[in-house]
Design a binder for this molecule. Structure first.
Ligand SMILES: NC(=O)C1=CN([C@@H]2O[C@H](COP(=O)(O)OP(=O)(O)OC[C@H]3O[C@@H](n4cnc5c(N)ncnc54)[C@H](O)[C@@H]3O)[C@@H](O)[C@H]2O)C=CC1
Ligand SMILES: O=C(O)C(=O)Cc1ccc(O)cc1
Length: 288
């Protein structure tokens, strides 16, 4: 049971956690904190938070659990603002999509990694932002990755694990570096492909006509290109090393595919498509 939960950044991710914990009766009071007043007023009106403030230092006062769910570029500033206002037993965790940058931001702000800081990442979301997009079931049967460090307090880790499980999630732990490499491949690269494809087509002269004749495959593939540009700029910058490596690798594979097409190498094309179909079918089976 969390007595006082401070949510810094009451958007899709922060708002959904607050809703889930409230629905489970696992939280006493929820204090929301953010920069945009209309979003905080909406959070209050929707019953996602009990009170709100625009000052993170005020939000964390007396809180036993603090969830930071702001864009990655705002993490360090939030850590610096809350640093001197945390209760000694308070646990700080976050939902940022990259973990190496959050750990570096925490070390930069606190001087050393606080033992009661548990870096985390829910592998769940949508292309929508803001508290109005949040919903209590977002984390049901979805994975949450925690990346504790050797200095992380086991009791803090256990409490954050229990919090996510109460929200309906399955919790996995892994190292910061492994997290950032895996997510570069499975989440950050696909978002780059969607953004890149839609931008390329949008800049072609005939784009009105092209979009008019786009079929379901285009819609499925490009849904994530509607995601928040600020959030994705921050993810790219924060995970630039792993993402650049994945993009370079993918570029080589695309060049190979283009060559096979140019040479009408049907055998090679069948080999690539059959391997990809089998892999996706296996993924869907295991995700069921
Ligand atoms: N959108 C998604 O599908 C997922 C996002 N994430 C991560 O979760 C975090 C939050 O993302 P969303 O909830 O989607 O974004 P969002 O845009 O819905 O919510 C972010 C909130 O943070 C507030 N904010 C921005 N700067 C702030 C600051 N300096 N101080 C206090 N509040 C501030 C904004 O006003 C906004 O209400 C990001 O770090 C993102 O990488 C993680 C998993 C999935
Ligand atoms: O909308 C989708 O399908 C997503 O992939 C959402 C998402 C975005 C960022 C994350 O770090 C995790 C999940």
């Amino acid at each position: 049971m969390i007595k006082r939960l401070a949510i810094i950044g009451v958007g899709l991710i922060g708002g959904s956690l607050a809703r889930a914990l409230r629905a489970a009766g696992a939280v006493g009071e929820v204090v929301g904190c953010g920069r945009a007043l209309p979003n905080l007023e909406k959070a209050l009106e929707l019953g996602v938070v009990d009170t709100f403030t625009q000052d993170p230092a005020e939000a964390v006062a007396g809180a036993d659990m603090i969830f930071v769910a702001v864009p990655l570029g705002a993490m360090r500033g939030v850590f610096e603002t809350i640093r001197d206002h945390l209760h000694p037993q308070a646990i700080v965790t976050d939902g940022g999509s990259v973990k190496g940058s959050v750990v570096m931001d925490a070390i930069g702000a606190f001087g050393t990694l606080p033992p009661r800081l548990v870096p985390g990442h829910p592998i769940a979301g949508t292309e929508h932002s803001g508290v109005e997009a949040s919903f209590a079931e977002l984390y049901h049967h979805r994975r949450v990755i925690l990346t504790p460090l050797p200095e992380t307090d086991p009791e803090a880790l256990a409490r954050v694990t229990a919090m996510w499980e109460t929200a309906g999630a399955d919790v996995t732990c892994m190292s910061v570096a492994h997290h950032d490499e895996v997510l570069a491949a499975t989440s950050h690269l696909p978002h780059m492909l969607a953004f890149g494809l839609v931008d390329t087509l949008a800049r072609m002269r005939e784009n009105d006509e092209i979009f008019r004749y786009a079929a379901g495959g285009f819609r499925d593939f490009t849904r994530i290109a509607s995601s928040n540009p600020v959030m994705w700029r921050d993810i790219c910058v924060a995970n630039r090393e792993a993402l650049s490596a994945m993009l370079a690798r993918f570029g080589v594979e695309m060049t190979d595919l283009a060559e096979s097409i140019r040479h009408a190498d049907g055998e090679r094309l069948l080999e690539i498509f059959a391997r990809a179909k089998a892999a996706r079918d296996r993924y869907l089976d295991s995700a069921r």
